[in-house]
Structures are given as structure tokens and as C-alpha cells.
Design a protein. Structure first.
Length: 534
């Protein structure tokens, strides 16, 4: 405890030296928004309809705003949009629901029950890890089953596993319950949390924390890989991400029947039920300003939509670099954006087969022969390696509706470098897909090449061009310690009044729990509609 307190004091002293001033008090006042069809409520515009944007819109609607969500694509969802092809339904992005209460809360705000619109089915097991040496681990919240498997792989790690679980619970209570929904808009917000973060040893990487309790390298991997689902390298993300292990055990891993798109559909229904509006095919060209105050948006069509507050669910660095005029991008364009480390990207191959692979679980993670070396190539060297590790999603194992009768729907995801590397995806994509197909066909999906009946891909180019993500990063800003909490782009813009950020690029970060929590944070920084209307 003494060393932890000393660490906290040193960290506080150091941060106090490098940070000279906090943000000034902010003054909010009514913008140029006008009454529409007799609706005089203050108007909020949300740019982007990902989970963060939709959640923010619903929360604003519940607080008295009239909300307009503008989405550049032809459907809502952002990364969570849906592809339908040849009778198959593919979730484009997120597939795992680990904090259902964050969704249920949105339905509750609208006086409705989530279960009336969306059916969540628990996954048992959560997922299967298949190691390169041929061994495997089925991860679940079943303590006896987990102990039995660990005993088979590494008996000497049973006691360490028990201690790790207790540590993860401690980290969860502080990192998620206390800090996950807390805004970090001033230096003092950060200073107040440093003692707790020091006691959590937030300066350590997740892999370092797990290695303190676990000896077997396979198990170290199994209990530290989770940040890859949100764009983080287990060897560099803060140990606070150990909270995910407890989050899974506490709430389980779920699948939305019909696909993740059913969650998007349900949220849009809530939004429209509040009298708010979703406008598709409406790309924002610029956030309009009056001085240093956001007053609305100008669409690519030239239409100007006035608003009292603007919330951007677009990529945060894209927002600051492309949606604001040069004169307003002082802090984040000139001093910070050039130094930002962006997450890795991914290649996702969606395919359907004319047969069913009944032995394949809903979620399978196939691990290659390298771990740290592969991650170094992806995150640090930014080169496309010859080997890979894969996440295979087979929703038709649980939900027959996503594939024609007798068929299976899949997507397989491979972490790859973002576009700061030199990979030319125009020519590299198909050979890479073929390599993945050959690997799967020789392992978990025999005769795959002859069973495929439909296919499509996403590469880092699609994240850059279709989702306007800087460097084609699949998860926004990389979640390292010095890009977390106060050091991450703030939910309350540092440069522009009445402008707010939500989604993966702001606090607390990527992933469904992260972006939904970022919408929760807005409750603390966006003034109530009654204050603006006064």
C-alpha cells in the first residue's frame, strides 16, 4: 500500500508540472434553432448513427431536446450496420453484447421494455479459444468448468486464476462503475482519480498484470486478448482493461436474435417515438460556427440545419480535422492530432456456405503461432504479416434466420495494420482473403472453398472511405494510458462551445459498453434543455 500511495503522489506531482491550466468555465446559450411544426424544444443535432450517436440522441430526447440524427450512409448503425446478400444477413461489425443493462436503460428512459423489441440470447460458452498447439479453452462464467479446463492445461495456475478474478473485480468496481461514466473535462477531474488509478497500477499493461498471476503462456493470452476487440494491444493497454473479464462473468455474453442490426432497429424506434428524426444519406460537410460556438451543421448538399447543441459521433480526429474551419481547431489540430496513436484496423470477410458446420461454435478465436510478434507487426511496425490470428463468427449456430435453410452465415475478422503502413489493399485484399480461406479450410471448416455461395469483404480502405475513420483505424484512437480519460479527446469540446463528442474516439473508448457509456457521460456535460430554453 505504501508503494501505491507513493506512486500516486509522484504521478500527481508530475502531472501537475506538465499541465498548466484547466478549461475555463463554459457558458451555454440558445443557438439559432427555431420552432419546427410547433415543436419549440431546444434542438440537438447528432452527427452519425452508430450506437454512441443513437444512445446520445435518445438520452437527449429524454432530457427535453428535439433531436435530429444525420447519417451519411443509407442505413443507421455506423459500424453496426447490416449487409444482406443472397438470402444471408451479416452484421457488419460488433457481434458481442456484454453489458445489456446499458441498452435496457435506453428503453427504460422511453418507458418501454427492451425485451418487447429485442431478444438477447446468452452464449454458453462465451467463445472457444483454439491455440496453435491444438489445445483449446471454452471460456464461460461457469466456475467449475473453467477450473476443470485450467487444470487440464496448467494445474499450477488454478490458484493464480482465482486471485486474478478477485483482482479483476476490484478493477471493475473502480474502472467501470466509478470512472467509466465520469466526465474528464478538467485537469482536476484527472488529478482526483490519480490515487485510484495508481492503486490499480494503471501504468502496467494488461498482459503484465495477467502474467503476475498466470504462468502458462496460453492462459496468459486467454485472459489478456480482450482489448483486441476494441483496438488495443494487450501488451500496451492499461491494466484497467482487466475489468472486461469481470464484466463478462457478471453479465454474460449475449447475441441479439436476428443480428446486431435488431438493436439498431430498436434504438431508431425509440428515437422516433420521442418525436426526433433520423436523416439518412445526409453527409455533414461542416459544423457551422458563430465565433467559437457551434450553431448547427452544413450538409454536403448545401442545406444548413441550425441547432442549439451539436454532438459528433463521427471519428473524433475526422471531426476536428475536417468538420471545423482552420481557425477553430487550435488545441486538437495543432497540438494533439498529429501525435495521436490510432488503433489497428481489421479485414472482415463475410461469407455464406451451402452446408452447415455443426461442430463450430457461435464465437471461435483461432490463434496463430505467434502472439507478441504478430501484435508488434500490426501495432508498431505496421506491416502485414504472413501469419494471422482470427475471430470466426457463426451466428447461424444460434439463429437460423440469418441464413437460408441448410446453410451457414459466417464472418471472419483478422486484425491488420491501419493505413499508416504501406499495404496496398487494392491488390493485397484478395490474396489475403484466399490465405484465410485456405487456413480455415484446412482446419475448422473442411472443404470450405467448395461450399461458399456468397462472399464480400471489408478492408482498412472501407473504414477510411466509407466510415471516414482516420487512417482506416477500425476502433478510433488506440486505448493506451496516455490516450485515456483526461488524455483522450474530451466529451466536451476543448475548442468549441456547444460541441460535444460521443463514441469510440472519446472517453471512455471503443466497444459497445464504451460507446454507450460515452453517451451516459454526456448527461453530465450537455446542459438540460430547460437551461438552454430559459
Amino acid at each position: 500500500m505504501t508503494s501505491d500511495v507513493s506512486t500516486a503522489r509522484l504521478a500527481t506531482h508530475t502531472l501537475g508540472k506538465i499541465i498548466k491550466a484547466s478549461l475555463p468555465d463554459r457558458h451555454f446559450e440558445r443557438g439559432r434553432a427555431t420552432t419546427v411544426n410547433g415543436d419549440a424544444r431546444p434542438h440537438a443535432i447528432v452527427i452519425g448513427s452508430g450506437f454512441g450517436g443513437l444512445a446520445a440522441a435518445i438520452r437527449l430526447g429524454a432530457r427535453g431536446y428535439r433531436v435530429t440524427v444525420v447519417e451519411q450512409l443509407d442505413q443507421a448503425g455506423g459500424r453496426a450496420r447490416v449487409f444482406r446478400q443472397d438470402g444471408f444477413t451479416f452484421d457488419a461489425g460488433p457481434t458481442i453484447v456484454t453489458a445489456p443493462f446499458l441498452f435496457e436503460e435506453l428503453w427504460s428512459l422511453c418507458g418501454r421494455m427492451m425485451a418487447d423489441d429485442v431478444t438477447l440470447k446468452p452464449m454458453l460458452p462465451f467463445y472457444r479459444l483454439m491455440f496453435a498447439d491444438g489445445t483449446q479453452l471454452d471460456c464461460s462464467g461457469d466456475d467449475d468448468a473453467m477450473r476443470a479446463q485450467i487444470r487440464q492445461l496448467s494445474p499450477e495456475d488454478i490458484a493464480g486464476y482465482e486471485r486474478l478474478l478477485k483482482r479483476c473485480e476490484e478493477i471493475y468496481k473502480i474502472g467501470f462503475e466509478e470512472l467509466g461514466h465520469k466526465p474528464f473535462t478538467t485537469v482536476m477531474d484527472m488529478l482526483k482519480t490519480i490515487p485510484k488509478m495508481a492503486m490499480l497500477r494503471a501504468d502496467r499493461s494488461l498482459h503484465t498484470l495477467v502474467s503476475k498471476y498466470i504462468r502458462d503462456e496460453r492462459l496468459r493470452l486467454a485472459f489478456s486478448f480482450h482489448p483486441l476487440f476494441i483496438g488495443g494491444n494487450p501488451f500496451s493497454v492499461t491494466a484497467i482493461y482487466a475489468l472486461v473479464l469481470h464484466l463478462e462473468r457478471k453479465y454474460g455474453v449475449h447475441y441479439a436474435m436476428g443480428g446486431t442490426g435488431e438493436l439498431v432497429k430498436g434504438l431508431v424506434s425509440l428515437l422516433e417515438g420521442q418525436g426526433s428524426e433520423l436523416r439518412l444519406n445526409s453527409k455533414v460537410a461542416q459544423i457551422t460556427l458563430e465565433g467559437r460556438k457551434a450553431t448547427g451543421v452544413c450538409l454536403a448538399s448545401g442545406e444548413i440545419i441550425p441547432a442549439d447543441v451539436v454532438i459528433s459521433n463521427a471519428c473524433t480526429t475526422w471531426t476536428y480535422q475536417n468538420l471545423l474551419p482552420d481557425s477553430s481547431r487550435k488545441r486538437w489540430r495543432d497540438r494533439k492530432i498529429k501525435k495521436v496513436r490510432h488503433s489497428m484496423s481489421v479485414v472482415v470477410w463475410y461469407f455464406g456456405t451451402k452446408c452447415r458446420y455443426e461442430d463450430v461454435l457461435h464465437h471461435t478465436i483461432l490463434l496463430g503461432p505467434r502472439y507478441k510478434g504478430l501484435l508488434d507487426d500490426i501495432f508498431n511496425h505496421k506491416i502485414l504479416a504472413d501469419d494471422f490470428s482470427l475471430y470466426l463468427h457463426r451466428p447461424s449456430a444460434t439463429d437460423p434466420s440469418v441464413a437460408p435453410e441448410g446453410c451457414d452465415a459466417f464472418y471472419v475478422l483478422a486484425p491488420v495494420p491501419n493505413l499508416e503502413g504501406n499495404t496496398h489493399w487494392e491488390t493485397a485484399a484478395e490474396p489475403y482473403r484466399q490465405k484465410i480461406e485456405a487456413f480455415l479450410g484446412a482446419s475448422i471448416l473442411p472443404d470450405l472453398a467448395n461450399q461458399i455461395v456468397t462472399s464480400r469483404m471489408m478492408t482498412p480502405l472501407d473504414f477510411r472511405d466509407g466510415l471516414l475513420s482516420t487512417h482506416g483505424a477500425a476502433f478510433g484512437i488506440e486505448p493506451v494510458l496516455l490516450q485515456s480519460a483526461w488524455f483522450r479527446p474530451h466529451n466536451l469540446s476543448e475548442d468549441i462551445d456547444n460541441l460535444f463528442m460521443v463514441g469510440a474516439g472519446t472517453h471512455p473508448g471503443a466497444g459497445m459498453p464504451g460507446v454507450l457509456s460515452s453517451a451516459r457521460v454526456l448527461d453530465s456535460v450537455v446542459p438540460d434543455a430547460s437551461i438552454i430554453a430559459a
